[in-house]
Structures are given as C-alpha cells and as structure tokens.
Design a protein. Structure first.
Length: 199
C-alpha cells in the first residue's frame, strides 16, 4: 500500500540482538516473562508441584511395602512317635458312653464330637486320689479343638486351640483342683497327660 509520496509503507520487524531472524523476541525478554509467571503465580505452582510429588512418593512407598512384605510362616507340623494313637484317630472313632461329657459339665463343643483322651481314675474305682478326666471335642465353630478337664465331674476347665495346631502342632493346658495339678500336652496329635500332687 503506497503513501502520499508514492513509497510503500514499511513496518520494521523486531529482531534479536546481533541480527537474528525477524519475528522472534529477544532471549532476555522471554526469561523475564517466565520469571514473572513463576514469581507472581508461585503459590499455586509450588502447591501443584508439591501435591504431585507427594502422590508419587506415596505410590512408590505403597508399591515397595506391598512387594516386600514377608509371608506369615505356618506353624510347623510335628510327627508323633511311631505307634502313638493320635487325637485325630480318636476323634474319627465312634463315640462310646465314656466319651460323653458328664451332664453338669458345659463346654463349647459340638454334640457327639467328644472323646475321652485321658483318665487317671482306676477302672475298679479303688483309687480317687487324683481322679482327673480329659475329653477332646470339636469346637462349636468347627475350626477349633477343645480340651475339657474335670476332677469332680461338675466343675471343669476348657482350652480351645486352632484345629491344625491341636492335631499336628504342639499345644498344652494345665488345670488345678484339690486332686492335684493336671498337665495335658498334644504333640503332633499324640496325647500326653500327667497329674502331680502340687496344688
């Protein structure tokens, strides 16, 4: 487009110092603009960057914990002595009259699941010094095995254990009465009972 004296209008283009290409702003001007943005919007920018960093750290920490947490070891299984009649075998046998709990004794066991596993009462009834009797039964929740001990067939002591521990691990219980101190142990399902006169 020509002006009044016939010469074309000419617009000077901004150049980079030192004769750079037209249309580009000078380097210092660009840095000044970024610095202005960072300093004027600093709170929002730094909050956003901090939140992103926190999320990244939390994710990384969760991944590490999830992949390096050790598994809980199972309780070791114990092999009973050769020839021992195990608790599991006793529980699998049919219930007899002697396997039933005395009427006054209450315990958290399933009906018809109890088996007499220990007694130091003389069969002929001639000795009543330490008349302990111990029954084992399946717990009412089916995941436990309970031992029920009584010295007078009225009052009793009960201890329940996880099924796997009672049948294949090592557990024990003790009870006291005027008849003495009873100690019962299950090792690999093998039953061991002992009565002492200490009470």
């Amino acid at each position: 487009m020509a002006n009044a004296d016939g010469r074309a209008d000419h617009v000077d283009e901004a150049t980079v110092d030192g004769g750079g290409e037209p249309g580009l702003q000078a380097g210092p001007a660009r840095w000044a603009r970024w610095r202005s943005v960072l300093w004027t919007a600093r709170p929002r920018v730094w909050i956003a960057l901090g939140a992103a960093a926190a999320v990244g750290v939390a994710f990384a920490a969760g991944t590490v914990v999830g992949t390096t947490r050790p598994d809980v070891a199972a309780a070791p299984s114990i092999t009973p002595t050769a020839g021992t009649v195990t608790l599991e075998q006793l529980l699998d046998a049919p219930q007899t009259y002697a396997d039933q709990l005395p009427g006054p004794v209450e315990a958290p066991v399933s009906l018809h699941s109890t088996r007499l596993i220990f007694s130091n009462r003389a069969l002929d009834g001639s000795s009543f010094d330490t008349p302990w009797a111990v029954w084992a039964g399946v717990g009412t929740d089916r995941s436990t095995i309970c031992l029920v001990a009584t010295a007078n067939r009225i009052e009793s002591s009960t201890a329940c254990y996880p099924r796997e521990s009672a049948l294949h691990g090592s557990v024990s219980m003790s009870a006291q009465s005027m008849s003495g101190t009873l100690t019962m142990s299950l090792r690999g399902g093998g039953v061991q009972g002992r009565v002492t006169n200490e009470y």
